[in-house]
Design a binder for this molecule. Structure first.
Ligand code: F3S
Length: 409
């Protein structure tokens, strides 16, 4: 039983949970949510329809994380709402798909312990950072205006900005607590008024951005933006993958959880815009040029966040028109998108072009960087570029269409 006086309003049901009538695990999880809500100044809690837990890769959370998750399972924790999970440290269907990495038995067992505990609590083991491409909104009937607790920055930004589904950027442990409690604090992106932008960023001229340009725009907006409210963005994106890359970059460089994108975000931006900032396409191109490879690379990496079907099609088409490429092509995606690609014959086309397909993991949450220091990687993802560089890999940005120039035999 959790004792104490709380500053935020609690319903009779929430009081009951805190008193332990629904078990110790749920009481403890709800107490964490209440304490964080109090610290933030939230007035009450809100029920959620879904949770998505990040921080489930052994590479990222180590033994402490295993103990934490197993500890809640041992207390009898069960998820109160449908709950999905982010990628893990290796491809659960093919341990050899991440280049240059071999896994010790003890490492695999530690990751398996995390997965087992999550499964026992009721997780939907989708192992992807793009739950929106894995059918989660459709399966659980999530729609604009619904409240969820998601813990993957790129998915959070996509949910708020493209789907209109409301979530703060929860850390992995907080998303886990919210999943067990079935609630989160009514704060930030859950509050209608907090979603209204006051600063608008306008790209000039209005060029249609591919995924790599979109990522660089995300970086620029994140660096320029000040204030608590989401930025308003006026730009054109080539497709959904470009939007995904823009939002992932935004979430990588800053703690922004949403962008109000003109003609995309399914809600009224309001009328509080006080400042308009112009971003020139030339500036964007210059930023991109500085990050592009000038020489051959060893690996071309596509799929951070996990690739959509659209991205896989574009990649297959480019590789087929390119001839043999010396660089290794690695693409990461969800198992769901992989299965769709398999049916469409795309997997076969990609394998014929010698692409490694990584499911349920990626080059960043796996130990790839530890085993590939000094290796040169070009990617179409700003987020992957950012994290691989920080992990000691020589990373560059590239367009999918530019692959043929990178390392041809
Ligand atoms: Fe997803 Fe890995 Fe990138 S989890 S967002 S592909 S860092």
């Amino acid at each position: 039983m959790v004792c104490g006086v709380f500053a935020l309003y609690l319903s009779a049901e929430e009081e009951r949970i805190l008193r332990g009538f629904e078990g110790e695990a749920r009481a403890r999880a709800l107490e964490v949510i209440v304490r964080v809500g109090e610290a933030l100044g939230a007035s009450r809690l809100i029920e959620i329809k879904h949770a998505h837990i990040s921080g489930v890769s052994y590479e990222n959370i180590g033994d402490f994380g295993v103990e934490f998750i197993e500890g809640f399972r041992a207390l009898g924790a069960r998820f109160s709402v449908p709950t999905s999970v982010n990628p893990v440290s290796y491809d659960v269907d093919d341990l050899s798909s991440i280049p240059g990495v071999t896994f010790e038995r003890s490492y695999v067992e530690a990751q398996e312990a995390i997965v087992r505990a999550l499964r026992d609590m009721g997780a939907d083991l989708i192992f992807t950072c793009t739950p929106y491409y894995a059918g989660i909104p459709e399966v659980y009937g999530l729609k604009a205006g619904d409240h969820v607790a998601w813990g993957e920055s790129s998915a959070v930004a996509y949910a708020n900005s493209v789907l209109g589904i409301r979530t703060n950027r929860e850390g992995g442990p907080l998303a886990l607590m919210a999943a067990i409690a079935g609630r989160t604090y009514y704060y930030g992106m859950h509050v209608e008024g907090e979603r209204k932008p006051t600063i608008s960023y306008v790209l000039e001229p209005r060029v249609v951005l591919d995924e790599v340009e979109a990522g660089v725009l995300g970086e620029l907006v994140a660096r320029m933006h000040v204030g608590e409210r989401p930025p308003h963005v006026v730009a054109l994106f080539e497709g959904d993958s470009a939007l995904k890359e823009f939002l992932a970059a935004l979430g990588t460089v800053s703690d922004i959880a949403m962008a109000h994108i003109h003609n995309i975000t399914p809600e009224n931006p309001g009328d509080e815009i006080k400042e308009v900032v112009k971003i020139s396409y030339n500036m964007l191109e210059e930023e991109l040029r500085e990050k592009m490879p000038t020489d051959e690379v060893d690996i071309v990496y596509i799929g951070c966040p996990h690739s959509s079907l659209e991205e896989l099609m574009k990649l297959a088409k480019t590789l087929e028109g390119t001839g043999t490429i010396k660089a290794r092509i690695v693409v990461s995606t969800s198992r769901e998108v992989y299965l769709k690609a398999l049916k469409l014959g795309l997997v076969e086309r990609l394998r014929r072009a010698k692409a490694n397909i990584v499911r349920s993991s990626c080059l960043i949450v796996s130990p790839f960087a530890n085993h590939n220091r000094g290796v040169k990687v070009a990617t179409n993802s700003y987020k992957a570029y950012h994290y691989l560089s920080r992990k000691g890999v020589k990373a560059y940005l590239t367009r999918i269409s530019y692959i043929k120039h990178l390392a041809k035999t």
